[in-house]
Design a protein around this ligand. Structure first.
Ligand code: ZN
Length: 303
């Protein structure tokens, strides 16, 4: 019996390879740097599949705004974001799902995930296929930036070239390997994780050096959590990523229910909300909101 439990625990932790971490030199910036000049990048959202989660994971039902909600499961989109810069080339924010989710309800999630179906994907809607359909040379991607390392954000990595630098917030690797739906070695073949030292004063990291793609530290949901501000063609846009899973949560100021640190998650969300209040031209896209997208399509309209 003890051996069985040990085997199950080993299966549940799942991660067989964790790369070395290497600090990446980065320019510090203010959040306002994304507003100082006009559009610079094309931002194309990719709906790479859906994952079934509890409503109380998406939104903190202990909030006074939501005390009358009843829990239950729902499918939400799993997103990746292609960012195309006229001089610096293409980069990817988060990696969505790889092709295996069209084949089974657990895709490349390992551990005990095969016991439950919780994901779905239309064939050809995996991240690599959608990028190819857009004419992206995968090997020429300048970088892959992960908002955090929960498996619904790393699951596209196995289909992407290992030569592309993977960039994460410092400490993000601590959140890799959620027990019940452990990644089945999403980091295989990746030797180094390039870590961003996020400014302690709450500033941003300017990923391309011209204010067009800013990574914002938004701790709370997961270790090393990031949101992004971009000078998109349609105007400035905030990708909250999982600092807010839904638009409703953002509007109400209710953080996700599934977080590592509730106080910090609430503070991060408040900070994003105050920024958007001060700068109402900034559009907001939440981390997992089906209402934002045409769910029949993998490639969405540029932001
Ligand atoms: Zn997520």
């Amino acid at each position: 019996m003890r051996r069985l439990i040990a085997a199950l625990l080993l299966a549940a932790t799942g991660c067989t390879h964790v790369p070395a971490e290497r600090p990446r030199a980065a320019n510090a910036a203010t959040w306002e740097a994304a507003l100082e000049e006009g559009p610079r990048v094309e931002v194309i959202p990719l709906v790479t599949g859906e994952i079934e989660v509890e409503r109380s994971f998406l939104l903190d039902f202990d909030s006074e705004h939501l005390h009358d909600r009843t829990d239950g499961k729902r499918y939400v989109p799993v997103l990746a974001w292609l960012v195309r810069h006229p001089e610096h080339g293409d980069l990817l924010i988060d990696t969505g799902f790889d092709h295996t989710f069209a084949e089974s309800g657990h895709g490349n999630f390992g551990g005990l995930a095969f016991l439950v179906g919780f994901a779905r994907q239309k064939p050809g809607h995996d991240t690599a296929a959608l990028l190819r359909a857009l004419g992206v040379d995968l090997a020429a991607l300048r970088m892959i930036v992960l908002s955090h390392m929960h498996p619904d954000h790393t699951a596209g990595l196995p289909d992407l070239p290992k030569s592309v630098p993977v960039v994460v917030g410092r400490g993000a690797v601590e959140s890799y390997g959620a027990p019940w739906y452990a990644p089945a070695d999403h980091l295989a073949g990746i030797e180094v994780l390039h870590t961003l030292d996020l400014p302690a004063d709450g500033g941003a990291v300017d990923l391309l050096g011209d204010g067009s793609v800013l990574a914002l530290p938004t701790p709370g949901h997961a270790a090393g959590n990031l949101s992004f501000l971009l000078r998109a063609q349609g105007g400035p846009v905030l990708l909250t990523c999982d600092a807010s899973h839904t638009r409703e949560g953002f509007d109400l100021g209710v953080a996700p229910g599934g977080v590592e640190d509730r106080t910090r998650a609430a503070e991060s969300l408040e900070r994003l909300r105050r920024f958007v209040e001060r700068h109402p031209a900034v559009r907001v896209k939440a981390g997992h909101d089906a209402g934002d997208w045409d769910m029949s399509r993998g490639i969405q309209d540029p932001l």
